[in-house]
Design a protein around this ligand. Structure first.
Ligand SMILES: O=C(O)CCC(=O)C(=O)O
Length: 278
C-alpha cells in the first residue's frame, strides 16, 4: 500500500513523523506475503545445519546465557526462547524483497529525505523483551536523525506476547551524549542515559503505548525514538517480525563498491558479524 502521491497525504505522514517519531502502515503486506516469509523462516531454522548459511543468531536474548553463535550451530532448545537472526538481507534475496519493498522504500525515502539504504536486518520469532532504548546507542547514523527502522509484523502482536512499546514524541528529546561526546552506548554509563530519558519523559508527560499489530502491518520508527520489547506473558503466541535498519545512500557514497540495488532501494553489502568467542 503506497502512500498516494497527493501532497496533503505526504504532508500528513511527515507531520506525524515529525510529531510522534513513528508511523504505521496497516495491511502493507498481504496474508500470503506474511505466510511466505514465515515459511522461509521455519525452513531456514530446520535446514540450518546443512544449508551453508553464514548468518549469525543471538540466542536466549532475555537470559544470562545470551550469546551470538553461527545459525548453523544454534542448539535446538534456543528455538523456544527469544532470539534474533542477524542480517539475512546479505544473502537472502527473499528477505530483501520485504526490507526493500518498493512501496515501503517510497515512504522511507520521504521520511529520510533521501534514498533508503538497508544495512541490518533482524528476524524474530518471539518479542525481544529488550529494555527501552534508542537505536543510536548501537548504530548512530553519519548524518544526525537520518536513520529509520521498519518493523514488519508477521503475527498478531499485543501486550500479551511482547508487543513493541513506543514513547511518542521521545525522538525530540535532545540525545544523551556519553563521556566521549558520542551517542554510542558506553556500558558503564547507562544509568546516566536512563536518568536523562526519565527526566525528559516526565517533563514532557510522555507515556508509553503498545503497538498492537496484525500480520502485514508495518511500523516505522525514528532512530531517536525510545522503544523496546514488552514482557512476554503468553509464550503460546509467537510474535514473528522482521526488523530492518536504514541509513541514507547519500551518506555511503564513499563506500560505493558496497552499495547494491534491490527492489525500491539499496542495501549495504558487508561481512556477517562474527559469533562470540567462547
Ligand atoms: O521487536 C522487538 O521486540 C523490539 C526490537 C527493537 O527494539 C529493535 O530492533 O531495536
Amino acid at each position: 500500500m503506497a502512500i498516494p502521491q497527493s501532497c496533503s497525504i505526504q504532508n500528513d505522514v511527515l507531520e506525524k513523523w515529525q510529531r510522534d517519531g513513528y508511523i504505521v502502515l496497516r495491511n502493507h503486506f498481504s496474508p500470503a506475503q506474511c505466510d511466505r516469509l514465515n515459511e522461509f523462516a521455519a525452513t531456514l531454522w530446520q535446514a540450518r545445519r546443512t544449508s551453508g548459511s553464514k548468518a549469525t543468531i543471538d540466542i536466549f536474548l532475555d537470559r544470562p546465557e545470551s550469546k551470538r553463535v553461527l545459525l548453523s550451530q544454534a542448539p535446538d532448545e534456543a528455538y523456544d526462547y527469544s532470539f534474533k537472526i542477524n542480517d539475512l538481507y546479505l544473502n537472502e534475496s527473499l528477505v530483501r524483497d520485504y526490507a526493500l519493498d518498493p512501496d515501503l522504500c517510497q515512504i522511507l525515502n520521504l521520511l529520510l529525505d533521501g534514498e533508503a539504504l538497508a544495512f541490518n536486518t533482524l528476524l524474530f520469532r518471539w518479542g525481544s523483551q529488550q529494555r527501552e532504548h534508542t537505536d543510536t546507542l548501537y548504530m548512530p547514523p553519519r548524518k544526525a536523525n537520518k536513520l529509520a527502522v521498519s518493523w514488519i509484523a508477521l503475527d498478531e502482536a499485543s501486550a500479551d506476547n511482547g508487543a513493541v512499546t513506543l514513547y511518542p514524541g521521545s525522538h525530540l528529546i535532545p540525545p544523551h551524549r556519553f563521556s566521549d561526546g558520542r551517542l554510542n552506548a558506553i556500558g558503564a554509563e547507562m544509568d546516566a542515559y536512563y536518568e536523562h530519558l526519565d527526566q525528559e519523559l516526565t517533563k514532557r508527560g510522555i507515556e508509553p503505548v503498545h503497538f498492537n499489530a496484525k500480520p502485514g502491518d508495518v511500523l516505522i520508527w525514528h532512530s531517536q525514538l525510545l522503544h523496546g520489547g514488552s514482557p512476554i506473558k503468553d509464550w503460546q503466541r509467537t510474535r514473528r517480525s522482521l526488523v530492518t535498519h536504514y541509513y541514507r545512500k547519500q551518506e555511503y557514497l564513499h563506500q560505493f563498491w558496497r552499495l547494491r540495488k534491490h527492489g525500491g532501494g539499496y542495501y549495504l553489502k558487508r561481512p556477517h558479524p562474527s559469533p562470540d568467542k567462547d
